[in-house]
Design a protein around this ligand. Structure first.
Ligand code: NAP
Ligand code: MG
Length: 493
């Protein structure tokens, strides 16, 4: 029997011996040097004639030029979507709509590796995440909603449901392809048509989906993709033909959109920011809990709305948990997102890196204790070390503001009541995690935590059948499941 490793020997083994050879993913992402707008089933140059560059945040190299959609282009997209809605899509029987959505899912699966590489190059997330999470989960959303398209008569017993018309959708950069699938699949299953705007830094996989819509033979105008920055997003949100706006992004922009839509009859759903608490009790299985905490905050560089960015740990085990976390982050592999062994890839943009750096500096200034591993970061590109703060109090900015980076703030508690109070003491309410051996405590916590999703003894688990969405400043409306689909329709009769 080998002797169990003490924490000292474990540090030595991991720190000194575990160097991996590079293992780069080599699939061809089949990128074009220029991407035009996708309107009425065709790639078309913008009226403005303007383009912007999209870069690889891992090395700052230019990947492609992307068209900027001005108000005229957004208008063209809405007119195409409106025509497609009235002339074809809303008239098709559900079973026919379902076939198209199913075909989209299959084609995405066929090109999964290509899409995973494109997603990683454009956004900076590790290839193992885009390959094992983003792309399969995006396909799963299309499959799930394909199944619903011919069963809408059963979605609300005793009632009939109808599509709304043209839906305007605006999405962020943290899960570009997955957020697109979350938005488009239910909209199409319900019989709506779509104008969607991806985020400026991550438009490539959205535009590659345009190729898939063409391959699937989707009728022209059913999905239109307009690219550009915030101004293009505002044009999408404010277009008079939009019957519903579905937005995922920051609480700040969500508030602007809510004001802009006040007094109109457009339906609105907002999926906004978060500051989730991951709560760990002294009876929790610590090895699993530490893995869950690490996954909860360092997954996708912490660019996750539901990231477990606050760790509430019961006082009696606080030192032990901190020691284990420090050992764990010392062996996380930070660097080239295209390497299959990378755990933490590139921060999505220079602006986001600056924001993370600013908030981390505020944590140090306000007196929290910072813990970072000694890892080396690549010289080019945008990177941030996995960071843990201990000695954090509720008044610190790092305990209140969404950092959207690989930064964990640890707070302590003594009783269940104190844990609930601290977890709920936030403007947000998207998600939470509970780690304990006691089933009754899990039930109590999941009832009293004001969060759209509460994970128990796990974290960041997703399924297309399960509705996802927020409380308070994390927004309203749900995505996924029957509830998410109903948000794309109106009940009649
Ligand atoms: P963001 O700045 O709000 O941007 C989101 C989208 O809105 C982007 O496409 C953006 O375009 C566009 N936009 C900017 N200004 C606009 C305006 N005035 N009108 C209409 N659209 C506008 O958010 P982000 O920084 O990309 O994304 C991070 C945020 O998303 C975080 O707060 C995160 O928590 C949240 N998020 C929430 C969920 C959820 O399900 N609740 C999921 C993922 C992310 P540009 O990018 O081109 O500026
Ligand atoms: Mg990019």
């Amino acid at each position: 029997m080998p002797k169990p490793a003490t924490s000292r020997t474990r540090e030595l083994i991991f720190g000194d011996l575990w160097e991996y050879d590079p293992a780069p993913e080599t699939a061809d992402p089949k990128l074009k040097s220029r991407y035009d707008l996708f309107i009425n089933g065709k790639f078309t140059a913008p009226k403005s004639g303007q383009t912007f560059d999209t870069i690889n945040p891992a090395n700052e190299a230019k990947l492609a030029e992307i068209a900027v959609a001005g108000a005229d282009d957004v208008d063209r997209a809405y007119k195409a979507a409106d025509k497609a809605f009235t002339s074809t899509w809303s008239k098709l029987p559900g079973i026919e709509r379902g076939k198209y959505i199913y075909r989209i899912a299959r084609l995405l699966q066929d090109r999964a590796r290509e899409f995973a590489v494109a997603e990683t190059l454009d956004g900076g997330k590790p290839i193992k995440e885009s390959r094992d999470f983003d792309v399969p989960m995006a396909a799963a959303h299309f499959f799930y909603h394909a199944g619903w398209a011919d069963k809408l008569d059963y979605i609300a017993p005793g009632r009939r449901v109808q599509p709304l018309g043209v839906v305007g959708q605006v999405i962020p950069w943290n899960f570009p392809l997955l957020m697109m699938a979350w938005k488009i699949a239910p909209a199409l299953a319900m019989g709506n048509t779509v104008v969607i705007k991806p985020a400026e830094t991550t438009s490539i996989t959205a535009l590659k989906m345009g190729e898939i819509f063409q391959e699937a033979g989707l009728p022209p105008g059913v999905v239109n993709i307009v690219t550009g920055a915030g101004e293009t997003g505002a044009a999408v949100v404010n277009h008079p033909l939009a019957k519903k706006i579905a937005f995922t992004g920051s609480t700040e922009v969500g508030k602007v959109i809510m004001k802009a839509l006040a007094g109109t009859d457009k339906k609105l759903t907002l999926e906004l920011g978060g500051k989730a608490a991951n709560i760990i009790f002294d009876d929790a299985p610590l090895d699993q809990a530490v893995e869950g905490i690490v996954n909860g905050i360092f997954f996708n560089q912490g660019h996750v709305c539901c990231a477990g960015s606050r760790l509430l740990v019961q006082e009696s085990i606080a030192d032990e948990v901190l020691a284990r976390l420090k050992r764990r982050i010392a062996v996380l592999r930070v660097g080239d997102p295209m390497d299959k062994n990378t755990d933490i890839g590139a921060i999505n943009s220079r602006e986001q890196l600056a924001k993370i750096t600013r908030l981390v500096a505020s944590g140090v200034k306000e007196g929290a204790e910072i813990h970072q591993p000694a890892c080396k970061l690549p010289a080019k590109g945008f990177y941030f070390k996995p960071t843990v703060f201990s000695g954090v109090s509720m008044s610190h900015r790092i305990a209140r503001e969404e950092i959207f980076g690989p930064v964990l703030s640890i707070l302590t508690f003594r009783t269940v009541e104190e844990a609930i109070e601290k977890a709920n003491n936030t403007a947000f309410g998207l998600s939470a995690g509970v780690w304990t051996d006691k089933g009754s405590r899990i039930l109590k916590m999941s009832t009293e935590l004001k969060a759209g999703v509460v994970w128990a003894n796990t974290y960041n688990k997703f399924d297309p059948t399960s509705p996802f969405g927020g409380y308070k400043e994390s927004g309203f409306g749900r995505e996924g499941g029957r509830q998410g689909l109903l948000d794309y329709g109106q009940l009649v009769g």
